[in-house]
Design a protein around this ligand. Structure first.
Ligand SMILES: NC(=O)c1ccc[n+]([C@@H]2O[C@H](COP(=O)([O-])OP(=O)(O)OC[C@H]3O[C@@H](n4cnc5c(N)ncnc54)[C@H](O)[C@@H]3O)[C@@H](O)[C@H]2O)c1
Length: 367
């Protein structure tokens, strides 16, 4: 069993990684939470393969109710949180109760936001079931939902939310056996990002083991998850609320968040981040922060793992720039971007819009 401790001002909790952990979850939960009443907020895609086994494991001492959730980006919204509140009230949850989020990043973000706000905050345990949520979304305490933008200008990612640390993150890499290969690739995008921001040897590992990773081979995936979780934990521990170093985790995200909700592009989160990392490298190169080899390596890693490096369909560059202005990383109308440099990545204030336009054009946006 690999146990990585997270220690931030908002809480100290374990991330436990072990193939075959699912049938012994309750034991780990009882170590961090003393109540026996809870709500399982479960992705409905996860219910069929894993739900029964998970519930059976808790036994009669627990009063559990399952709230099934259709995990789509479109459902990552306030109505879904309100519906969880209703289930929590029906189940009689009180301040000593627990919400468990079982699913990918969408489920974890929505269940986490419900836990952060129901009765002004109750305990949360996350059981991530996608590679992306194992290595990224479930760690660090960011929860939230998307909001519709004014004047029907689409959807803004994660514009309402809270920092709310879980009591534990319990990872069973064997649940990835039921995950679509496209979702595995999407999760690898965040692992590549972790490599670029602080562990180049993780990039070498992904290169060497790419075939086994893409087949979700249990031992290799477990090693990948453990290494990528460690990077995320190290970054989050240095900066819980994203006032400094944690911003590095947004590499590719300010670009990616703009394209992820566009229905015609049909991009998974990690796919949007992959294109976003290429755009960030193109932008950095134009700003003279790095040479063209950084663009080359980014494109090479992304393509090796079967991820898109360019926009899959036409998008007018002006629309993309307009949507970017609503991102949380924009301050007083100035674009702030995490960009690669000669040594790691940095948050760059006030990036000239011309450079961002050129970066979008370099990944296929149209004039
Ligand atoms: N909170 C954070 O710090 C953070 C960080 C990164 C990403 N995110 C968020 O995470 C979300 C993306 O997460 P995701 O990629 O996990 O998407 P997701 O939750 O939509 O899951 C992807 C798909 O896999 C299905 N699924 C989940 N587990 C499964 C399993 N074991 N077997 C079969 N199917 C399964 C889901 O139903 C869904 O269709 C985005 O909304 C993003 O903003 C949050």
């Amino acid at each position: 069993m690999n146990r990585i401790q997270v220690s931030v001002p908002g809480g100290t909790y374990p991330v436990i990684i072990e193939p075959g952990l699912l049938p012994s979850m309750s034991q780990h939960i009882e170590e961090v939470h003393s109540g026996r009443r809870g709500l399982l907020v479960m992705d409905e895609q996860v219910e069929h393969p894993h739900g029964e086994q998970l519930r059976a494991e808790f036994g009669e001492a627990w009063h559990l109710r399952t709230h099934l959730f259709k995990a789509t980006e479109a459902n990552k919204q306030l109505d879904s949180v309100a519906s969880i509140y209703q289930s929590a009230l029906s189940q009689g949850l009180d301040r000593g109760s627990l919400i468990m989020g079982v699913g990918g990043g969408v489920t974890g973000d929505v269940a986490g936001f419900a836990a952060a706000t129901f009765l002004r905050g109750i305990d949360l345990v996350l059981i991530p079931t996608t590679l992306l949520s194992m290595v990224d979304a479930s760690i660090g305490g960011k929860t939230g939902v998307n909001l519709p933008l004014p004047d029907h200008r689409g959807v803004g990612k994660n514009l309402a939310g809270a920092f709310w640390q879980p009591k534990a993150v319990l990872i069973d890499p064997l649940v990835l056996s039921t995950l679509d290969p496209r979702e595995i690739r999407s999760g690898v995008a965040e692992c590549i990002k972790h490599g670029f921001i602080s562990d180049p040897s993780l990039l070498d590992f992904i290169r060497q083991e790419h075939a086994a990773i893409l087949q979700a081979e249990s031992e290799t995936i477990t090693r990948l998850v453990s290494r990528a979780v460690q990077v995320k934990v190290d970054v989050v521990q240095g900066d819980e609320r994203e006032s400094g170093r944690r911003a590095a985790l947004n590499l590719g995200h300010t670009f990616g968040h703009v394209i992820e909700p566009i229905p015609e592009l049909d991009l998974r989160h990690g796919e949007a981040v992959a294109i976003g990392m290429v755009a960030a490298a193109e932008c950095a190169c134009r700003l003279g922060r790095c040479d063209a080899s950084v663009v080359g390596v980014t494109r090479e890693m992304v393509s090796l793992m079967g991820l898109p490096a360019d926009l899959p369909a036409e998008q007018p560059v002006e629309d993309l720039l307009e949507a970017m202005r609503f991102d949380k990383k924009t301050r007083d109308g100035h674009l702030r971007l995490v960009l690669p440099g000669e040594a790691g990545v940095d948050l760059i204030e006030d990036v000239p819009e011309e450079m961002v336009r050129a970066a979008w054009l370099a990944v296929g946006a149209t004039t």
